[in-house]
Design a protein. Structure first.
Length: 164
């Protein structure tokens, strides 16, 4: 039997996603919440409650709660690992890079998506792209509300369809 590298990579990515789904990061309640947002995908029922603590424009803590499929849960978990310690602008850069990947483009060479790369195969399934993007769209909503002086926003998130 010939060892095919793409099969090994698919298996590795599957394990990364399942690990984040089974043991999601960012579930511990924050001692201080400066911004929060609620995202809901009416197509599949995924729901994300996101709380952020900030110091200036730097994200110091992330709490992601909700219910959803393995893709949505894993994406939120990966976000909770990736953005603490980053500025609002850096978090936006990650969100935009991930959105680009989900829509069939490449991430900028200077952006390391880390575990999020394991979700790249989701782009083949446009309905599931919405699951992967929901935590990130909810993050953008929370940061936008925070910039506008509000601490909370609740939105039903309609995410544009991925283009195959």
């Amino acid at each position: 039997m010939v060892d095919r590298p793409e099969v090994a990579l698919d298996e590795l990515y599957r394990e990364v996603v399942l690990d984040h789904h089974r043991r999601p990061r960012g579930r511990a309640p924050l001692s201080r919440v400066d911004a929060r947002a609620h995202g809901f995908n009416p197509v599949c029922g995924d729901e994300v409650h996101l709380h952020l603590s900030l110091d200036g424009d730097r994200i110091t803590g992330v709490e992601v709660q909700g219910r959803g499929c393995a893709i949505c849960t894993a994406s939120g978990s990966m976000m909770a690992e990736l953005i603490p310690g980053r500025s609002e602008a850096e978090a936006g850069t990650f969100a935009e890079a991930f959105r680009s990947v989900m829509h069939g483009k490449s991430a900028p060479p200077d952006v390391d998506l880390g575990d999020l790369e394991a979700l790249e195969g989701v782009k083949k399934f446009p309905v599931r792209v919405k699951c992967a993007l929901l935590p990130w769209v909810t993050l953008a909503d929370a940061l936008r509300a925070w910039r506008d002086g509000a601490t909370e926003t609740t939105t039903t998130t309609e995410i544009e369809e991925a283009k195959p």
